[in-house]
Design a protein around this ligand. Structure first.
Ligand code: F6P
Length: 361
C-alpha cells in the first residue's frame, strides 16, 4: 500500500462522553505528527453512502471540543451500511450499501478509516476490513462490555453521574424511610450497576449476570431494618433477568429497559409494605462533559489509532491492557462481550461489605 495522505474518522452507535476527545486526538496527531488530511464521516457511516455530507476536519475544527459531550460527527445506531433501514413510501426497506461505501471511500481518497464504536460498530468495521478497506478501531461504550479492553471511555463519566444520583437518593431515602430503586444503563452487562452501586454504597445491586429472587431482596431489607436502617437503596441494571413469576405467583411480562425497576417495584410493594420510589436515570448517563479520566483515555486511544494507521496495522482495534495502550485484531475484539463474573473479586468485595445481589438464601 502507498503512503497515507488522507484518513477518515467515523463513529457509530450510541454516543459516549469522550467521543469528541478521540476525534480530536486522531485529527491533531494525523495533521500535526503525520501531515495527513482528515475527513469526518457523519452519522455512523452515512457520509460513505452520501459523500457530499463529509466534514473536512482541520486543527481548528477540533479545537475546543475536548470537554464537549456528544460527537461533532453526529451518530446513529440504525446506520449499518450492510443492512441499511430506510422508510420509502411508508414502507421499511433494507439495502446493502457496502459496495457503494467502498467505491465512495476510494473516490474521496481515503487511505484509511478510523472507526470509533462499540461491538455493533466494530463488527461493521471488521466487515469493511474483510472487503479490503484499511480500517482501525477505537472501542467506545459507557457499558464497558468490550472484552478486548480493560476500560472503554465513557464508562468513568457514567459512573460519576450514577454515583452522584445514588448519593442524592440516599439522603431523601433516609429522610422518608423509603426503599429507592434506581435503574441504570449497561445493556447486557452489569458493570455500571456494579461499580456505581459499590461507589454509592448501595444496599442491593441487581445485575443480569446474577439471578435474583424477590424473597431474597425482602430478606436483605428486613435485615437492614433489624439493624435499625429503615431505608434501602437498590441499584437495578436495565436488562436484569426477572424471576418468571411475581410474589403472588402471577407471570411477569418481559419488561423493556426503562421499565425494569418499575416492574420490580410493583412486585416488591406488596411484599414489603413500605414506601417505594423509582428513578430511571436513562440518557443522562451518556450526556455532558467527559471526566478527566475519560478525556485522557480518549486522547490516548485517538493518538494510538493514528499510530496504528501510520504503521499500516489495519484490522486492529486499540485497547487498554495493564494500563498500557496496545491493540488487538477487531475480529477478536467483537468475538464475545465482557460480562461480570459472579465469582470475581469485585463481586466478593461488594458482598463482603454487606451488599446483597438478591440471590442470598
Ligand atoms: O450501549 C450504550 C447504551 O447507552 C446502553 O447502555 C443502552 O441500553 C442503550 O445504549 C440505549 O440506546 P438508545 O440510545 O438507542 O436508547
Amino acid at each position: 500500500m502507498g503512503a497515507i495522505r488522507t484518513i477518515g474518522v467515523a463513529n457509530g452507535g450510541g454516543d459516549a462522553p469522550g467521543l469528541n476527545a478521540v476525534i480530536r486526538g486522531v485529527v491533531k496527531s494525523a495533521i500535526g505528527r503525520f501531515g495527513w488530511r482528515v475527513i469526518g464521516i457523519r452519522n455512523g457511516f452515512d457520509s460513505l453512502i452520501w459523500p457530499e455530507t463529509c466534514l473536512p476536519l482541520t486543527w481548528n475544527s477540533v479545537s475546543g471540543i475536548l470537554p464537549r459531550g456528544g460527537t461533532i460527527l453526529g451518530t446513529t445506531n440504525r446506520g449499518n451500511p450492510f443492512a441499511y433501514h430506510q422508510t420509502v413510501g411508508g414502507r421499511e426497506v433494507i439495502q446493502d450499501f457496502s459496495a457503494r461505501c467502498l467505491e465512495n471511500a476510494r473516490s474521496i481518497g481515503l487511505d484509511a478509516l478510523v472507526v470509533i464504536g462499540g461491538d455493533g460498530t466494530q463488527s461493521i468495521a471488521r466487515d469493511f476490513f474483510r472487503l479490503g478497506l484499511p480500517v482501525v478501531g477505537v472501542p467506545k461504550t459507557i457499558d464497558n462490555d468490550l472484552s478486548a479492553t480493560e476500560v472503554t471511555f465513557g464508562f468513568d463519566t457514567a459512573l460519576h453521574i450514577v454515583t452522584e444520583a445514588i448519593d442524592r437518593l440516599h439522603t431523601t431515602a433516609e429522610s422518608h424511610h423509603r426503599v429507592m430503586l434506581i435503574e441504570v444503563m449497561g445493556r447486557d452487562a452489569g458493570w455500571i450497576a456494579l461499580h456505581s452501586g459499590i461507589a454509592g454504597g448501595a444496599d442491593i445491586i441487581l445485575i443480569p449476570e446474577i439471578p435474583f429472587t424477590f424473597e431474597s431482596i425482602a430478606r436483605a431489607i428486613a435485615r437492614r431494618e433489624e439493624a435499625g436502617k429503615n431505608f434501602s437503596l437498590i441499584v437495578v441494571a436495565e436488562v436484569v433477568k426477572l424471576p418468571e413469576k411475581d410474589p403472588l405467583g402471577k407471570p411477569i411480562p418481559p419488561p423493556q429497559p426503562g421499565s425494569v425497576a418499575n416492574t420490580i417495584a410493583f412486585s416488591l410493594r406488596e411484599m414489603l409494605q413500605k414506601e417505594l420510589r423509582v428513578t430511571v436515570l436513562g440518557h443522562v448517563q451518556r450526556g455532558g462533559s467527559p471526566s478527566p479520566y475519560d478525556r485522557i483515555l480518549a486522547t490516548r486511544f485517538g493518538v494510538a489509532a493514528s499510530e496504528l494507521v501510520s504503521r499500516g496495522e489495519f484490522g486492529r482495534m486499540v485497547c487498554l491492557r495493564a494500563g498500557e495502550i496496545t491493540s488487538v485484531p477487531i475480529e477478536d475484539a467483537v468475538a464475545h462481550l465482557k460480562l461480570v463474573d459472579p465469582g470475581s473479586e469485585i463481586v466478593r468485595t461488594a458482598r463482603s461489605v454487606g451488599i446483597s445481589f438478591g440471590d442470598e438464601q
